[in-house]
Design a protein around this ligand. Sequence first.
Ligand code: PMP
Length: 421
Amino acid sequence: ATRPGPDIFETLESEVRSYCRGWPAVFDRAQGSRMYDEDGHTYLDFFAGAGSLNYGHNNPLLKRALIDYIERDGVTHGLDMSTTAKRTFLESFRNTVLRPRGLPYKVMFPGPTGTNAVEAALKLARKVKGRESVVSFTNAFHGMSLGSLAVTGNAFKRAGAGIPLVHGTPMPFDGYLDGRSPDFLWFERLLDDSGSGLDRPAAVIVETVQGEGGVNVARGEWLRGLEDLCRRHDMLLIVDDVQMGCGRTGGFFSFEEAGIVPDVVTVSKSISGYGLPFALTLFRPELDIWEPGEHNGTFRGNNPAFVTGAAALDAYWADGQAMEKQTLALGDRVEEALRAIRSEHFEDTEDPRGRGLIWGLEFHARDRATRTARRAFELGLLIETSGPESEVVKILPPLTITREELDEGLGILARAARETA
Ligand code: PMP
């Protein structure tokens, strides 16, 4: 307590901060799955930069690659230029991600963030199809810029900016959550309703697991039905893999397990592996109808991120099966622990839901999830909530977390849930 406290964060920084509100600490260092504040407290990290740190904080392999690159005066900012770092990244991406999966995609660098990747995907779909609307789903989260906000199913986030949903009717999400059979009848009728003059959408954008929307898991059968519907109605299928990609659900892409091949895929967050701003928009080669300069930007393709991103792919995805196996095994452990918490608080919780190392536990009592997350912070665990009412505690540790660390964090979570009951 030698420091004056986080005054400047209260007085100078905008009210718009959100994630950190329950975490009144000033963080200083981070390594692996732990963060350290200025006052010497240690925290286990079940937040992982909202999915940007799948390989942990300051991963030694990636740090070494970055230091070597900086020490040899590698290009840090090359705008759109061809650089050695870009070539190395593209080669790694082709060899470790695209080729082994037989995926045909072309790669575009849309700008530094996930929002930019979504923005480019929407623009491309509208241009390719020559149509305006894009269908998104209830509780979807796709980003904060005007276009991506227009497909984000969250009224609060859209309200201040006055952005309507691109598609006037928010889609229900039968495929998420429960065991009902995939039912696209309603959607299908809407698409066939040419008599009403309804414009056919250019694309459908979907998260295989809604991260911000409350860890809502789409069933494989439903995703296959959605892909089929898109093909039959000549709409592009965009999978937003910004949060669930890069191994979060087990496979490198979250849609692999369902056996679908989207037309367009957005990737960001953990693609640099080091928490650096970096994003990709992938699309089938025949969709590459961009004119040169039609979507540019000063920070398209971040060279230090190319370096750490390539190092991450080479280290963790050259044999992707080991990574997938480890993630699924750790995920089973999370599920088991959440089921134990649920059995203790049966009346106030839903069945845990998730895939790989993304899990959510929904609480019924108002603010209980938020109170649980705050108590967890006091006990040394960084964990966030998600869902429209912040009703879901969201478990999102680095994929490189050890079994012991995972158990320690799950123990803290169980205790926090007990103490807020
Ligand atoms: N899409 C999804 C699915 C996301 O989870 C996020 C970020 N939470 C975004 C897009 C936007 O990414 P960014 O915050 O990097 O702009």
